[in-house]
Design a protein around this ligand. Structure first.
Ligand code: SF4
Ligand code: SF4
Length: 291
């Protein structure tokens, strides 16, 4: 968990995310499902915490004695041993989990950090008013899913102007007043497609056609049909995986395309040549279907 000016972990003084504490959790775990129990635990941890102690008490299982409320109004939740509370000194050695705690950051937080201030501010508007439990929940907070579409696509949306509608250029603020507003303006984002797997395709389309694609009701269905057709075509290319081939995510190709290969096409290992062949076929299919 990190704290800086504006981060996904600490977006403002009103709430925080504690989704990755402790770093080892069961698959699919969500704090929100255990709100009552965890609220009590946070309160007990906060009251029992003594910042002057330096002894080591290793954590076991899926809870940590060092997670608690960070402010007097019990609004923000986070690590009571974090360096920002000790003038830069990292006290997390006290749980014997120090390296895991220090390394822990989610992909969504990295994508958020890569966004411009304008895009960050826009995307934080719909989550204004959420409490820390709801904000931390991947199920209850749509921002986490949105971020997986990737920073280029989100920048296009946040920086869209009204010029196309014949108005003077004005930055895109109204859709970010609430998630309902956002989906009304960009119905595409109601798609059930995996954002990380399809970011390459959708970003390619938006870079060519503009954000108007995201604003059409029919785009969602078009994209879902396209995704199935692209997969069928790629399977016909007949790539056979073997243990001697490179892990897909290690290839020297754009990461969004590699995410498509792994998560969209289900290819875990492939040669660079094989990946390039699929990329050429996919790019050609996108151009034929949408441009
Ligand atoms: S020590 Fe801090 S960062 Fe590590 S699991 Fe506990 S609360 Fe989280
Ligand atoms: S889950 Fe992500 S956003 Fe939440 S505290 Fe961890 S790194 Fe930050």
């Amino acid at each position: 968990m990190t704290k800086a000016k504006t981060t996904l972990c600490f977006p403002d003084g009103e709430k925080s995310c504690f989704g990755c504490c402790p770093p080892i959790r069961p698959a699919g775990y969500d704090h929100l499902d255990y709100r009552g129990m965890i609220s009590r635990m946070l309160l007990e941890n906060t009251k029992a915490f003594n910042p002057a102690r330096q002894d080591i008490r290793p954590i076991t299982g899926f809870s940590c004695w060092a997670i608690g409320y960070l402010d007097e109004s019990y609004s923000t939740v986070g690590c009571l041993l974090h360096p920002y509370r000790y003038g830069g000194v990292d006290m997390r050695y006290r749980v014997s989990f120090e390296d895991k705690c220090r390394r822990e950051t989610c992909e969504e937080a990295k994508i958020f950090q890569a966004l411009s201030c304008r895009a960050q501010t826009a995307l934080l508007r719909p989550v204004k008013g959420m409490d820390s439990f709801t904000y931390s929940s991947g199920k209850a907070n749509p921002l986490f899913r949105m971020l997986m579409w990737g920073s280029p696509l989100l920048e296009s949306v946040a920086n869209e102007t009204d010029e196309a509608e014949g108005h003077l250029p004005r930055h895109n603020e109204a859709p970010f007043k609430s998630w309902n507003n956002f989906i009304r303006r960009y119905p595409f984002f109601a798609s059930s497609l995996n954002p990380k797997a399809h970011s390459y395709i959708v970003t390619s389309i938006v870079q060519r056609l503009g954000t108007i694609f995201l604003r059409k009701d029919e785009s969602r269905d078009e994209l879902e049909l396209f995704s199935a057709a692209a997969l069928a075509r790629i399977r016909k290319l007949g790539h056979v995986e073997s243990g001697r081939q490179t892990w897909t995510h290690l290839l020297d190709l754009p990461k969004p395309f590699l995410d498509y290969l792994r998560l969209g096409a289900g290819i875990a290992r492939i040669t660079q040549e094989g990946a390039l062949e699929i990329k050429a076929a996919l790019d050609s299919m996108i151009a034929t279907a949408f441009f």
